[in-house]
Structure formats: structure tokens, C-alpha cells
Design a protein around this ligand. Sequence first.
Ligand code: GLP
Length: 242
Amino acid sequence: MHIHIFDTPADAATALARRVADALAQRPAIVLGLPTGRTPVAMYAELRRLHAAGEADFSRAETFNLDEFAGVEPSHPGSFREYMETHLFRAVNLQRNRIHFLDGAAADLDAECRRYENEIEASGGIDLQVLGIGANGHIGFNEPGDTLIAVTHRVTLADTTRRDNAALFGGDPARVPREALSMGMGTILKAGALILVAMGERKAKCIERTINGPITTQLPASFLQLHRCADLYLDREAARLL
Ligand code: GLP
């Protein structure tokens, strides 16, 4: 894994957005895998700025997001789809039919997971997948546990994850859905390149274990050690224990 440490979260976000813009320039029809969460907010702001400045053209790009809450309409203010509309989709020139998303409100959630996995396959696969990390080491919504599922699947969210996502649901963890849909660790590891971004002291421990610990289903991020092209973008705080 290649580790990049930046003085501030803003520096990390700027470098990451620049890396995505460079990838777009090199390969305009790139298939991007995208994350949500607080961490990538600044990266998306910088991508919007680069797009407005004519330095990031999404016209031929395709996107797949990592995950979505179950039982939530795409237009719900707490959905990851709505997050992406706000932070990126409405502000750049992505073609609507090249935006792929899990539909948490689908009638048959297992069929929805299969549809998504097939759609990723049909696109030729994800070229560049950007990832955040949960404080418990989850990736997408692949939670720590005795087993991991390789393909896109339904997940029961950990209580800590529901608390971490409460801001999207009026600050009340009880209103965060108990279930979600997520790409699997296999789906993620099939991407051509991975970039994991983590900021802040809260992530320091799981980042240290991601890099130096054993590969274990108890820390899904540790599976990144198996990838041929994985980069970590960290601020000083997240890198504190390295
Ligand atoms: C959610 C998302 C993850 C994300 C994580 C971290 O659980 N499903 O993909 O990495 O939040 O969020 P934050 O960046 O807010 O710490």
C-alpha cells in the first residue's frame, strides 16, 4: 500500500480531487467508484471547483456508489443518493444514465443487489474506487464480523455505524435504518485502483491496524493489503499511530 500523509485534511482533499481529475483527463470514459460520509465532502467540493474551472470533465465518466440505506427512497434527505446529488451530481456534467446507484427502496432488495453487481460487471468494472473507512474499520457497509460477503449484498448495520450516520437522520440514531445495501469486499477489491481516505484522530487506530495488522474479517479494511494498487490518503491525525 502506498501511504500519503498530508499536513491538513484540506491538503489531503485537494490532492485526492486532483488525482481524480487527472484520472478523468487520462481516461475520460473512466468508471469511478464513489464513497459518502463526512470525509469525502471536501474532496467533492474541490472536484466541483475543478469542474467549474474547466479542469474536470465528467461527460464520459460512469459512477457507481458503494452503498445505500435500505428502506429509504433515493429522494430522502438522508439517502446517500441525495448526498451525492448535493455534493457532486447536480454540480458536474455527469450524464444521468451513467450514474449507477443501489435503490434502497427496491421491492426486492436481494434482486437489487444482483442487478447492481451485474451492472458493475457490464460496465467493464470499476477503474478507480475511492473509499472512506468507518471508525470500526468498515468499508462501504462491510461491517466487522466472523465472515465477509464478496458480492453486493444486504447488511445489518452495527450500532456504532448507526450512531455515526445519525446526522443524516436528524441526529437520532434510532431513525437510521437497521439495514443497508453495500458492494461486497470482493466487488471492491476487483477495482483497478483503490484510494482510501481517512482524516482525524478518530480513525488513527483502525488505520494503524489496516496497515500493520493481520488481514481479518474483524477489520474489513485490512483486506486492502491484498490489492495490487491501493493508496491511502491520510492527514497527520489519522496517521498519528504509524
Ligand atoms: C458510512 C459509509 C462509509 C464511510 C463511513 C465513514 O458508514 N457507508 O462508506 O466510509 O460512513 O464516514 P465518515 O467519513 O463520516 O467518518
